[in-house]
Ligand binder design. Sequence first.
Ligand SMILES: [Zn+2]
Length: 180
Amino acid sequence: MKNKVTVNSYFMSQALKEAYKAYKSDEVPVGAVIVKNGEIISRGFNRCISLLDPTAHAEIVALRKAAKKMQNYRLNDCCIYVTIEPCAMCTGALVNARVKKIVFGAFDIKAGACKSVFKIANNKKLNHQIEIFGGKEEYLSLECAEILHSFFKAKRSNIQSISNIFLGEGVNRVRRECDK
Ligand SMILES: [Zn+2]
């Protein structure tokens, strides 16, 4: 059995792969995977622009697929790995879905609703609380932040081809794997 650190970084690297798919389609690079009993049951990446859908965050995309697959709108015993701390909308949806655990890569100090700006996920006033983990090396916090920084840096400098910009070693590892 893989140890906990390896399991966490494995699933987060899968979420990061999803983020890279968003990156390649010129969407804000956030990715997520939903895990049940040690298996990935769904994947999602941010698709707001391509779907013309402000709710198409990686978590929502993955949640919808998981619910369809499980044929259940409740996702008890599921855990979501997402590259950045979920926003208020996504955290609300995760509470409604009764997800058991949220593992996020990087903190989102501007919009995070698990720890940073709001604390929705484990709010005792709600009828469901989610266990929260995130923002540490074992959750690939650096790589998850790096891909976002690179994306916005490219946007700010108006670089046309994002494939030519420096992504940082962590993200490049994922990119090499995805581009194989
Ligand atoms: Zn969100």
